[in-house]
Design a protein. Structure first.
Lengths: 653, 632
């Protein structure tokens, strides 16, 4: 697979102290006249608002009480250009307030300046404090007198002693940005590795002062030691078939890398091997599957379920099924467990990491080679392999070697087929937590195959009726089974069949089985499938396909299309034609391939005797398409959709 | 038989407490159509005074599948009041206790809705997960009730759709002579009323309620499910005391909360005088002040304590230039008073289809407020920054309101917006090429419902979102690229125009020498009603509208019509009217279609006919013409 580097990733190494240079001056309350006068943002005339200036200063310094502290000063200046951005006058600041680790809000103020220069300022006391949940408090206020043309400012300072996590800084958001910068001044005994991601591909230049300049059009990102500045960044908007939009926003993330005052800080990793070793040593992580006392009860409960099973693969599956039936997943994705396997057994439910650790424990206890695998799900964003940043993960899979095969397992959930992954886990690769061999492994998506067989009779009045058999193989089968469990009467068929069609006698294979294949059969009746006008009968023979409508509607696209898995769909429709009619027209057969063979389809219609046979087939083998290939790719789907909706014409002789 | 023996054997083998919650003891009649069986749901309200009450809740449910959210316990409460003794226990199918949920699993969140800047509503939430169905969850808790949360009264629903009930109870008790408004709806028996010394009480009990189905096009749940309601007849909130004995009394009480909060600063008063100077009628004064409110004040909701019922005063709104519905209505009221125009706040339940309000049960059941102008017999919605004065918005139409008056106001009814008010009338021209591609131009004129929607979208949506909305509601054409969406609201009328221009790459699909041409590329009514066997509930259509469209096609040279519907089609039904007329010349086709959806209430037996009518409408909406290359 061709994989063009989309991200410019830069490691700026460990920095201890920096000299802050080239910082812009933007002071609270000092709005340049041209900002007040602006009526339309020249860079994007459709923008409802524009971020004129955003700035964060992180000062990290030694503290007598906590060892080190982070002082975070944030300033934002936003120009309102349309009423739809009035909500920007509702200010919100999130503050971490979990028990004794709470952050402290040192200062907070907001201001609105109207185009005529009049302004209103609010201070910390004017903000409401809302205890959002046990972790966060929101400070909220609404600036008065908001109108089109107003400039909104927010400035606050937070003191935090949660040194393991420096907040990431995002340079881009839903509005275009004129200027956004981040400075980090670290005088503490902690060191951090900085990870800069530019979001889109940009050209890189080395500047004389040692900084790097990333450039695309007039968008510029300067990166120096502890100082990052972005200019003229466009608005970022969600599109379909994306992993997550955050992957395409320029950002800076941090990972604690070293602690130098002799205090042992276990999360501080400099290599993947060290990270794996540290995780294995942790009571909450490795000990939970390496020490029997953490999984004794669970392991004992397992024994009757595997008694007498000798085949290793069969036994591994029995272990997987046992765990899935014993405990429930609470729908939370985590990479770090919150309870031991025995605690999980007692409580009856847990996060993906709790389930993953318990599965690893049982497999290891039964003599298998098994390890936790940490991943970031598609919605959580891309991973970097170049530096051990733990915060990038949000989910745990389990690696298993059995009968000469390597399998990846989702944490055991009752109906999850053994050895299959869920769609959101297909994010390219995962990291195996094994101190002896801490490797990154590719996660190869399984197939996704859908076949539809239709055997139909057409009446002289244009009614189609007959049987449809839908079969699913691969990743979509568990999803279909889940739908079937949720809607036993099968009402999802109503939205798949054409308007006016109805179905009955739904038959299906056991939807409770955890399997990678599934089939359903229905009797379908579509009274108004055909139009009879004068001596002609017109109808569309293909009743359903996932591609009847082109999924790509945007005229152009800014981010790559990401299908996550290879897709194959075949439909085979046989229609017995009514007596007294002859075929006047059938659509031409067509074979079309996207250059590079990433997408291909076939359409074949033929009449044999008094039967019409229509066979359609599409295969999507290339998983990502860069925006520049979007138009071509869209055209192929458009052509396929055209064929799928093509009409057949019958005529009375 | 085997199953029975096993069940009996298990029943004897298990301790009595476990048998109680075992799933196999549930009779088949209660399992039919049920995702959840309510084993017990007992709610006891103890009204101590006009200020305060205590609530005890015990609920045990058996879940048979994943189709309900009965595994969640959700308790809304107000900051400052206590929720105590939360206990949640999980049992397996045999009724054996699996675990007691830890206290730290009960999460506490802010329950302030997205539209509210700040409020004191909170929620306690716990979700119990278990992997094997059926299982049973038993929970109990106690709650303190105070303030408007207490004064608004309590509604008890023993079942939801898809829930059957083994046994449930609702009771309240109150001090002797303390009045309580109460009523049961669709419950099998009257409540048992008891007088005992210093207090009196009322109890409803139900047993063996079968599951009720959820069906499309049915009235709202509140009109179908059994329920009991009780409301304290006297209230005392933050020192404000009043009665709820009649609608007049409730109106007086609310008035006492609003009183004295409409004092405008002198500067505003003089601004108002200037603003209305020269106005020749009350209508003109109302319009000028309403525009002033719209242009200067913004809707921002803050709900704290009695602030749910009492407005921020006029000074607050003057200073901040924002307020919630009460604050902005109060401000408008104060401005009108200043120029001698009579007005009264009118409490309303806004949004959705018109709901029925039981006039026989006095209860505050409102979530919004309008301003009623008796001199004009019209209404002002004070929270919208755009839109004409004296117009009843669709979310406020056709429902009961309570007028707030010093001497006690009564219930009024807002005007109805029916299918002849909510009109969308459009003209579409399609220039078709011989490849099947087309240039489309559309021009819509809308009144009331659709005009409101497009006016609001124009103000708040990005261009992309507007295009998406147009594709969803106004234009249906394959491969459509919208080049222009222009929304032109009329400032002084509930009317709006929308202009669309776009091209469709294969508007007509090509097959050999033919072009298959869809005749109505305009937004319609969506899917026909779904099949519904053994319909139980009546049909309730509570939204009426008219779509009138004319579509003109310019055909490509070298093509002629091979087949097209020649005769006009007219369909009629109590829920709608449909007419389609097609006229074609050599190089042009004109389609005129009228589609009306009417508000209607029909018995369950009428469902099949209702569905058949809309299926037939759907078929005509998909009408097609076939063009063929002319023989040369």
């Amino acid at each position: 697979m061709k994989n063009k580097a989309l991200f410019t990733i830069s490691f700026l190494g460990l920095f201890v102290a920096i000299s802050i240079s080239a910082q812009s001056e933007a002071r609270f309350g000092q709005i340049p006249p041209e900002a007040l006068a602006m009526e339309v943002f020249p860079g994007d005339s459709s923008a409802a608002a524009v971020v004129l200036h955003a700035k964060a200063d992180y000062q990290i310094f030694p503290s007598a009480m906590y060892g080190s502290e982070l002082e975070m000063r944030v300033y934002e200046r936003i120009k309102i250009l349309k009423e739809s951005a009035f909500d920007e006058a509702d200010l919100r600041v999130y503050r971490y307030t979990y028990k004794e680790r709470s952050d402290h809000l040192v200062s907070l103020k907001g201001r609105i300046t109207l185009p005529n220069g009049q302004f209103y300022e609010i201070s910390k006391a004017d903000f409401f404090e809302e205890e959002y949940n046990e972790y966060y408090t929101i400070h909220k206020a609404s600036l008065p007198n908001v109108e089109v043309g107003a400039v909104i400012e927010l400035e606050y300072e937070i003191l935090s002693h949660r040194m393991f996590r420096l907040p990431a800084w995002y340079f881009q958001g839903q509005y275009p940005v004129v200027h956004s910068e981040l400075s980090v001044d670290n005088q503490s005994t902690y060191s951090y590795t900085t990870l800069l991601e530019t979001g889109t591909e940009m050209s890189v230049y080395e500047l004389d002062d040692g900084r790097k300049l990333y450039k695309l059009g007039n968008m510029e990102l300067f990166a120096g030691d502890g100082h990052f500045m972005m200019k003229n960044a466009p608005a970022i908007q969600e599109e379909d078939y994306l992993t997550t939009i955050n992957d395409y926003r320029a950002r800076v993330r941090f990972q604690l890398s070293e602690q130098r005052d002799g205090v042992i800080v276990k999360e501080v990793f400099t290599s993947w091997a060290e990270a794996a070793r540290a995780l294995e040593d942790r009571d909450e992580f490795g000990k939970n599957y390496l020490r029997k006392r953490h999984y004794k009860a669970l392991h004992e409960a397992l024994q009757p379920e595997i008694a007498g099973i000798d085949d290793p693969l069969e036994k591994a599956e029995a272990i997987y099924r046992f765990l899935g039936s014993k405990v429930a997943w609470d729908d939370e994705l985590r990479y770090f467990p919150g309870q031991s396997p025995d605690e999980l057994l007692e409580k009856g439910s847990g996060t993906s990491a709790d389930l993953g650790i318990a599965l690893t424990a049982l497999l290891k206890a039964e003599g298998y080679e098994a390890y936790p695998v940490l991943i970031s799900t598609r919605g959580h964003g891309k991973m970097t392999q170049q530096y051990p940043i733990m915060d990038q993960f949000n989910h745990m899979l389990v690696y298993l070697e059995v009968a000469g095969r390597a399998l990846l397992l989702e944490p055991a959930v009752e109906y999850q087929p053994f050895g299959s992954l869920r769609g959101y886990s297909l994010n390219g690769y995962g990291w195996v937590v094994n101190a002896e061999q801490p490797v990154w492994i590719n996660i190869t998506p399984g197939n996704d195959e859908f076949k539809l067989f239709c055997n139909l009779d057409l009446s002289g009045e244009g009614a189609l009726k007959g049987d449809m058999v839908a079969t699913y193989h691969g990743i979509s089968a568990p999803g279909e089974r889940s739908l079937a469990r949720q809607f036993p009467e099968g009402k999802y068929w109503n939205s798949r069949l054409p308007e006016g069609a109805a179905f009955q006698n739904l038959r299906r294979k056991d939807p409770n089985k955890a399997s990678l294949s599934y089939a359903e059969q229905i009797e379908v009746r579509h009274e108004t499938a055909g139009n009879v006008v004068n001596d002609y009968l017109y109808f569309q023979p293909v009743l359903f396909s996932r591609f009847l409508n082109n999924p790509f509607k945007l005229a152009q696209r800014h981010y790559p299309v990401d299908f996550s898995r290879p897709i194959r769909e075949v439909t085979l429709t046989t229609i017995n034609l009514p007596d007294g009619w002859e075929v006047d027209f059938i659509p031409e057969s067509q074979h079309r391939v996207l250059e590079g063979e990433g997408v291909a389809f076939d359409y074949k219609a033929e009449v044999i005797g008094h039967q019409l046979k229509v066979e359609t087939r599409i295969e999507i083998n290339q998983l990502t398409f860069q925006p520049e290939r979007y138009a071509e790719m869209k055209a192929v789907f458009e052509a396929f959709s055209e064929k799928l909706t093509a009409q057949v014409v019958l005529r009375k002789p | 038989m085997k199953g029975l023996i096993l069940a009996l054997a298990l029943a004897f083998a298990l301790p009595a407490a476990a048998q109680h919650y075992a799933a196999f003891t549930i009779p088949d009649s209660l399992k039919e159509g049920a995702n959840v069986v309510v084993r017990a749901y007992n709610v006891d309200l103890d009204i101590r005074s006009a200020k305060k009450g205590y609530l005890k809740v015990e609920k045990t449910v058996t879940l048979f599948n994943e189709k309900s959210s009965a595994n969640e316990l959700v308790i809304y409460y107000d900051e400052g009041t206590r929720v105590r003794k939360i206990e949640v226990v999980l049992y397996d199918a045999l009724g054996r206790e699996l675990r007691v949920v830890d206290k730290d699993e009960v999460k506490d969140y802010s329950a302030v809705s997205g539209g509210t800047l700040y409020g004191d509503r909170r929620v306690k939430h716990v979700e119990v997960r278990h992997s094997t169905y059926p299982y049973t969850i038993s929970c109990r808790y106690e709650r303190e009730l105070e303030g408007i949360d207490f004064a608004a009264g309590m509604e008890w629903y023993p079942q939801e759709f898809g829930y059957s009930v083994e046994s449930a109870r609702f009771s309240f008790r109150a001090p002797r002579d303390f009045p309580v408004n109460y009523k049961g709806y669709r419950l099998p028996a009257e409540p048992v009323k008891t007088d005992a010394g210093n207090e009196w009480s009322c109890i409803w009990e139900v047993q063996q309620l079968k599951a009720l189905p959820h069906e499309a096009y049915a009235p709202q749940a509140g009109e179908l499910l059994p329920k009991a309601v009780c409301v304290p007849g006297r209230v005392s909130i933050e020192g404000y005391e009043g009665e709820c004995s009649s609608w007049e009394a409730l109106s007086k009480y609310i008035h006492s909360l609003w009183e004295g909060r409409g004092v405008l600063p002198e500067t505003v008063k003089s601004e108002i005088q200037q603003l209305t100077a020269g106005a020749t009628s009350d209508e003109e004064k109302i319009a000028r002040l309403y525009r002033y409110l719209q242009q200067n004040m913004r809707y921002v909701s803050v709900q704290l304590g009695i602030g749910g019922w009492q407005p921020f005063d006029a000074e607050y709104v003057t200073k901040n230039k924002y307020g919630d519905c009460k604050a902005l209505t109060n401000y408008m009221w104060a401005m009108l008073r200043e120029v001698g125009i009579e007005a009264h706040p009118a409490l309303i339940r806004t949004g959705g289809a018109p709901t029925t309000l039981d006039t026989a049960l006095v209860k505050s059941q409102f979530n919004h407020v309008l301003l009623y102008l008796p001199g004009q017999d019209s209404w002002l919605e004070c929270t919208v920054p755009i839109g004409p004065p004296q117009y009843i918005y669709f979310g406020n139409h056709d429902r009961k309101v309570l007028l707030v008056k010093e001497e006690g106001g009564g219930l009024y009814h807002t005007p109805h917006l029916g299918y002849l008010d909510n009109i969308r009338s459009g003209t579409t021209t399609v220039l078709l090429s011989e490849t099947g591609d087309a240039q489309l131009r559309q021009h819509f004129q809308m009144t009331s419902r659709d005009a409101e929607r497009w006016r609001a979208m124009e103000a708040y949506y990005s261009e992309t979102a507007l295009k998406d909305a147009a594709r969803e509601n106004l234009v249906t054409a394959p491969g459509l690229l919208l080049e222009k969406v222009e929304v032109l609201p009329e400032p002084d009328k509930a009317a709006c125009q929308v202009l669309l221009e776009g091209k469709s790459e294969r508007f007509a699909s090509k097959g050999g020498k033919r072009l298959f041409l869809p005749l109505l590329p305009v937004g319609s009514v969506g899917p026909a009603p779904p099949p519904c066997e053994n319909r139980q509930w009546p049909i309730a259509l509570r939204e009426g509208f008219t779509y009138r469209d004319t579509v003109r096609y310019q055909l490509p040279e070298g093509y002629e019509v091979e087949s097209i519907m020649e005769e006009a089609a007219t369909l009629e039904h109590p829920t709608g009217y449909y007419q389609l007329k097609i006229d074609h010349q050599q190089d042009a086709i004109t389609v005129v279609r009228v589609l009306q959806r009417k508000m209607a209430e029909l018995p369950p037996a009428a469902y099949e006919e209702f569905r058949a009518f809309w299926l037939e409408v759907g078929k005509l909406e998909r009408s097609m013409a076939v063009l063929v290359q002319k023989r040369t």
